[in-house]
Ligand binder design. Sequence first.
Ligand SMILES: [Fe+2]
Length: 512
Amino acid sequence: MKTLAKAPMLAAVALLALPAGAGAAARGFHFGVAAGEVTSSSAVLWARADRPGSYILEVSTDRRFRLHVARRRVAARPSHDNTLQRRVRGLRPDTTYWYRFVKGRRHSDLGRFRSAPSPRKAKTIRFAFSGDADAQPAPGSTKPFYNLFQAYRAMARAGNAFNINLGDTIYSDSEVGGTPPALSVRAKWAKYRQNLALRSLQLLRGSTGVYSHWDDHEFVNDFTRAESGEKIYADGVRAFRDYAPVRWTARDGLYRTFRWGRNLELFFLDERSFRSAKASANHVCDNPRTGSPDLAPTAPQATRSLFAVVVPSLAAPVSQQCLDAIDDPSRTMLGRAQLARLERALAASTARWKVIVNEVPIQQFYALPYDRWEGYAAERAELLDWLTKHTRNVTFVTTDVHANLVNDVRFQTLEQGGPRDSGITEFTAGPVATMTFAKEIDSATGQAGSGKLVTDVFFKGAPPNGVGMRCAATDVFSFAEVTVTARTLTVDYRDQDGRRIPDCGPFTLRAR
Ligand SMILES: [Fe+2]
């Protein structure tokens, strides 16, 4: 574990070790390079050329490319916005590789990644994750509204084995006022270029391997195919795949797993391709006072009445129809096939730690549950039940909520009978650059300071008054670093400048 005092020096060393090309403008290419889907023997390498045509991908264990491990021809096509992608195989485990795309004397930035160690090798692995990044400027401005993605820069500088860019990697429908939504493939390409124009994101993608994953905003806010339609899904998949080097199939969506030595396996869940419509669809959960979905339909009425002082609509009871929709066992977040596949993979995994990379929170906090696991209550309960019976040393890492929240993924908290723990912890992190959860709560209630109030009283407050989170930092641009050894899994929360977040860990789980 590094300490705060050592962090600046380590960051400086890591920066010196960054690829030489990263930082200098490459002729004929823009938007950097990326190495995705890294395994112990393969990776998918990415760049974007200014012009269509034929390019050469070079891969080497030597940053001066005196000896090529691979040399492959790749085409840049206008139908893919001139992005270049190629999977290279036959790599050695636990080895550093350098890569670049070349055309004549022009070449891309120099990228670097490290292949995963073999499953037999017991090695400490450190990675970071965050997500929710929007580079949109306010109307009339050229400067990104929120920040310059400093959290990505800090992740890149930490010298991690790999990083995860976990969802809302663009905002098709930006929360920056006055921005038209990007719904076509062409408009979404422009969004990816807008984010990738920031060097921080280029550094994240070029300095080591990066797993890219989507959430709703690659499509549209709180996306389901059932509610938003197939065209938005198809266009979102196409644009995402052009800019993120990932493995996607119509059958499995973005579900995939990656093994990092003896101690770690990652399970990426696709929570957009196969899910049912939200319970709030067709106005089933509308609050009679507001005419929009109730803010906390699953909270007991006693809790709702308490908070009605701040949010008057909570005084109105929730319809049975809404509660039935949330609990409906035929509704699914993962789809039956993906759930079965996840369970098979978890049961078969020999890794000490099984980290589920999760698009939307699974811990309970009641506020606007429709898009999260709580809004798919039957499948949530089923998954938790299965995990507690059939696995050990499982944890969830999550973004989406624009907050750093740590808690047990409870079966129940405020319900009759009181809290019932699963023994499984969820860590949420972020955002990189969008409205923080605290500010979203302020804007939802129309009262400045209500985000802080909800955080202090309800998120941190112990049951039965609150949900008793171990950390609730809801107003900070951030990421989390995860360090995995044979004995422990440690999560260390950092703000966008790389400083520890007060009252938020580090948290260490011990292997059972
Ligand atoms: Fe988001």
